[in-house]
Design a protein around this ligand. Structure first.
Ligand code: HEM
Length: 401
């Protein structure tokens, strides 16, 4: 393969496989690579872990706000709603907002969630164990994060399916299976926004520890979150918390099926679940990249970049970086150290990381305890997306322990 053959934007390529060969070639030969983009401005593909950390910790030169988090060339009109999400804010606006919503993600809140997550896992297991076979993505990997987000926010069980459909349509705009147009993604966003508004209007009567209460009552420097800000935050959570965790879980199981010795180790010694969770996150890297935009002409490690240049931070590559990980293509549930960047780095480091880690760990503990002889029985289909590394189907057969 030549550098000129590389197309990291290729949706069909990602639908077939993870483009590890391309990323490895870039790490070796041009870790800051000028990448052409079909129907758009070229971008810089950043593939080394240290470079990604450096850029992520420098929002002054590399903005999340200017162009948003994906590689598309949006105009100001399209950027307006995108910029309402904290993911696409810069300091000082971002720092203030982050301080506010962090109230909903304290260690105490996460501890409170633990019992609920265990109940949800019990229910899911109870449902699938007697079947002996299932589509793991639909009945487990997608189901658990959805339940967790809904419980966190305070959404009634009867509305779970609504949230599920909206979040699929929002993120799946490049995959024809989920929707047919970018327009549908906009409609889904509007519907979700409206739903959030209804939640806010109807507050009261629900638990006092759910996110709606915590956030609407939080204040930083005398300022509270507005209803519009809450709606935007809710929209971000529905996507950020669902798709990502779902794909970490399905890719994690797939990795275990492809490395049965590692699964066996976990089954023999459940105390390995913490380090196994980290390795699952590194291995799966559900967010392939995030974008930044240069705020001025600058020189980055010898490369001249211009104001408004697009920069893509390929976490998928950083997590196989030979300079950070020993034997990075070995799946090792005891790996230590394991300084992966699946949750990003610095300023925008994933707000839900503790919750996601908890979900993955508790689920794999439960599976290792209650399921055995798991095998894949059919086609594993990947999501057609260059942004989310996703698995759409993972049919399995298993025995209950
Ligand atoms: C395995 C699961 C997850 C992965 C891999 C993941 C990954 C990420 C990444 C890469 C970022 C952006 C970092 C950057 O731009 O520098 C991020 C931000 C974010 N994530 Fe997650 N995430 C996961 C689960 C969750 C969950 C469960 C929630 C919520 C309950 C969540 C909420 C957020 C929020 C709100 C942000 C924006 C933070 C900010 O802008 O300051 N994520 N996540």
């Amino acid at each position: 393969m030549e550098l000129s053959d590389i197309d990291l934007y290729d949706l069909d390529g990602w639908a077939q496989r993870v483009l590890h060969d391309e990323l490895a070639l870039l790490r070796r030969e041009q870790p800051i690579f000028h990448h052409e983009m079909p129907n758009g401005r070229p971008f810089w593909a950043i593939t080394k872990a240290d470079h990604i950390a450096e850029i992520s910790k420098n929002p002054k030169d590399f903005s999340s706000w200017r162009g948003g988090s994906t590689l598309e060339d949006y105009g100001d009109e399209d950027l307006f709603p995108i910029r309402q999400l904290m993911l696409n804010m810069d300091p000082p606006q971002h720092s203030k907002f982050r301080k506010l919503v962090s109230r909903g993600f304290t260690p105490r809140m996460v501890r409170l969630m633990e019992a609920r997550i265990r109940d949800d896992i019990d229910e899911i297991m109870h449902r699938i164990l007697p079947l002996g076979e299932t589509d793991f993505v639909r009945t487990v990997a997608a189901e658990l994060p959805l339940r967790v987000i809904c419980r966190l926010v305070g959404i009634p069980d009867s509305d779970f399916q609504l949230i599920f459909d909206w979040s699929n349509r929002l993120i799946g705009f490049d995959d024809p299976e989920f929707q047919t147009s970018v327009e549908d993604s906009r409609i889904a966003a509007m519907e979700l926004w409206q739903y959030a508004q209804e939640l806010v209007d109807g507050r009261g009567g629900r638990r006092a520890d759910d996110l709606i209460h915590v956030l609407l009552n939080a204040e930083v420097d005398g300022e509270a979150i507005t209803e519009a800000e809450f709606n935007a935050f809710f929209l971000l959570l529905s996507v950020a918390g669902n798709e990502t965790t779902r794909n970490a879980i399905s890719s994690g199981l797939l990795a275990m099926l492809e490395h049965p010795d590692q699964w066996q180790r976990l089954a023999n010694d459940p105390t390995l679940s913490h380090s196994a969770t980290e390795e699952i996150l590194r291995w799966s890297t559900p967010v392939i990249y995030m974008r930044r935009t240069c705020t001025r002409d600058l020189n980055f490690h010898g490369i001249d970049m211009k104001e408004d240049d697009k920069v893509a931070l390929f976490y998928m590559s950083a997590n196989r970086d030979e300079d950070r990980f020993e034997d990075p293509f070995r799946f090792d549930i005891t790996r230590s150290p394991n300084e992966h960047v699946a949750f990003g780095v610095g300023e925008h480091f994933c707000l839900g990381s503790s919750l996601a880690r908890l979900e993955i760990r508790l689920l794999f503990e439960a599976m290792a305890e209650r399921m055995t002889d798991i095998e894949c029985t059919g086609e594993v289909r990947r999501l057609r997306s260059n942004f989310i590394a996703g698995i759409k189907t993972l049919p399995i057969r298993f025995k209950a322990r």
